[in-house]
Design a protein around this ligand. Structure first.
Ligand SMILES: Nc1nc2c(ncn2[C@@H]2O[C@H](COP(=O)(O)OP(=O)(O)OP(=O)(O)O)[C@@H](O)[C@H]2O)c(=O)[nH]1
Ligand SMILES: [Mg+2]
Length: 459
């Protein structure tokens, strides 16, 4: 599957910018660039050393017409991003010069790169393992500093190292058991205790990785935090307070918010979608009824629900109904308007949802908000806040690790039942494959196409 052709693409975002980069990778990269590039100081491009930068002009080889003034950076195989010869042309960052230079590269024999093809080649040439290659995209799309840390940990291979450690515990077992099956006379039986110990080690590593997966995915994908409550309790005020901007309309009239309002926020490094909704109540107004239905849909898809109550008024029937609706969900009780004299019986809230935390705030004055944010982060991340350990952040990795865990459990059960060791071979091989899917030792071409197809062109 190693590429013989040379690919090219614009690697920078479309639009106007100071600089734009065209990337060319493959065996003909230098030859193609040499036909377009005219260095300011005359010398032959193909003789220039790797990792050097050169000022010059791109000219149309047909007409001799200058196209742009550029800086050309040269990387020779294998010391490049893809592991192949790579030329990066930094031109003026306008769509016209960049497209013209790209067109010239294509006319000289390069092929337009597929999405993610540069990174895919880096993977195929062993510059990155699969988890690292996937992290390239996560670094680019990280939405908070902490999300970036998680992606970088994966890019640097810290996640892969943990997965590989689990794989290394299993690999010799599979090799040994398969040898026992093939040459029963020659290969001595491994002590059961040693086999059991290795399986237990691998299981513990996989468990640890899976334990952090929820936090990792929240950092990567963001959490949907949905604000619900009966009309006028201050949901929109709370959204605005969390966003620190007047995003939603606030009025004293119950039923102000009719539609779902969604905005990105960052609470303790977790990227959130903070979602304000129409107040839930029985209504004859058809527009408001649609709003209420949308609220219920949001509730169903929430990672965390903020159930808001007005502490300055006695609790109402609609409040009680809300408590029933959110029962069993990951929910935080928010008593708002705590700047006013209290009339609500808050013990009613905590007693009807035992174990669910309650925070008193004033969305209008901002009091209690730090405690609320603290509690939100705690509920979403638990013990994984501020942890340095690399986190599993992708659904694909989580699924592969879950499969590995199941296979290891099965193998352990075979041993516990006192059955012959060889019977565990299939499960151990399955665990090995599942772990290899994270780092890329065992992946199909279809899976690679699927993974890299989600990248942007030029990456
Ligand atoms: N005193 C006080 N008033 C508040 C507080 N939060 C909201 N309010 C007032 O309560 C009223 C309703 O606020 P909203 O934020 O619009 O309430 P809502 O829950 O979004 O209402 P709907 O969209 O109608 O469901 C407004 O007059 C706000 O100024 C608070 O913490 N203290
Ligand atoms: Mg509102």
């Amino acid at each position: 599957m190693l590429a013989a052709d040379t690919i090219a693409a614009i690697a920078t975002a479309p639009g106007e910018a100071a600089i734009g980069v065209i990337r060319v990778s493959g065996p003909a990269a230098l030859a193609i660039a040499a036909r377009l590039f005219h260095p300011a100081a005359p010398r032959s491009l193909e003789a220039l050393p790797s990792h050097t930068v050169h000022l010059g002009q791109i000219r149309d080889p047909e007409t001799g017409q200058p196209v742009d003034q550029v800086l050309l950076t040269l990387f020779r195989a294998p010391r490049s991003y893809t592991g192949e010869d790579v030329v990066e042309i930094s031109a003026h960052g306008g769509p016209v010069p960049l497209r013209r230079i790209l067109a010239l590269c294509l006319a000289q024999g390069a092929r337009l790169a597929e999405p993610g093809e540069f990174t895919c080649r880096a993977f195929l040439h062993g510059k990155l393992d699969l988890a690292q290659a996937e992290a390239v995209m996560d670094v680019v799309s990280a939405r908070t500093e902490r999300g970036l840390d998680v992606a970088l940990g994966q890019l640097e291979g810290r996640l892969s190292a943990l997965v590989r450690a689990a794989r290394d515990a299993v690999l010799p077992l599979v090799a040994h058991l398969e040898a026992t099956l093939d040459f029963p006379e020659e290969v001595p039986e491994m002590p059961r205790a040693a086999v059991a110990e290795r399986i237990a080690d691998a299981r513990a590593s996989v468990e640890r990785l899976l334990a952090g997966a929820q936090a990792g995915r929240l950092y990567r994908e963001g959490a949907r935090v949905v604000i619900v409550g009966r009309p006028n309790v201050g949901k929109s005020s709370l959204l605005n307070a969390l966003l620190r901007e007047e995003r939603a309309i606030v009025t004293a009239i119950p039923g102000t918010t009719r539609d779902v309002i969604e905005e990105g926020a960052n609470i303790h490094g977790v990227p959130l979608r903070a979602i304000d909704t129409a107040g839930i109540r029985q209504t004859d107004d058809p527009i408001e009824a649609i709003g209420v239905q949308r609220t219920l849909d949001q509730l169903a898809a929430a990672d965390l629900v903020l159930a808001v109550f007005d502490a300055s008024q006695a609790l109402e029937e609609d409040d009680r109904r809300l408590l029933e609706r959110v029962r069993g969900r990951r929910v935080l009780l928010v008593a708002n308007k705590c700047d006013l004299p209290r009339r609500a019986d808050l013990t009613l809230l905590t007693e009807s949802l035992p174990g669910v935390p309650l925070v008193c705030v004033s969305a209008r004055e901002g009091t209690g908000l730090p405690a609320l944010e603290e509690q939100v982060a705690e509920m979403l991340l638990g013990g994984w806040r501020g942890q340095e350990a690399p986190l599993v952040a992708s659904a694909r990795h989580q699924a592969a690790l879950t499969a590995a865990r199941a296979a290891l459990q099965q193998a352990a059960a075979t041993l516990d039942a006192g059955l012959p060791l060889e019977l565990a071979t299939t499960d151990l091989r399955a665990a090995l494959d599942a772990l290899g899917q994270v780092t890329g030792e065992s992946v199909s071409d279809a899976l690679l196409a699927d993974i890299f197809g989600r990248f942007c062109i030029g990456k």
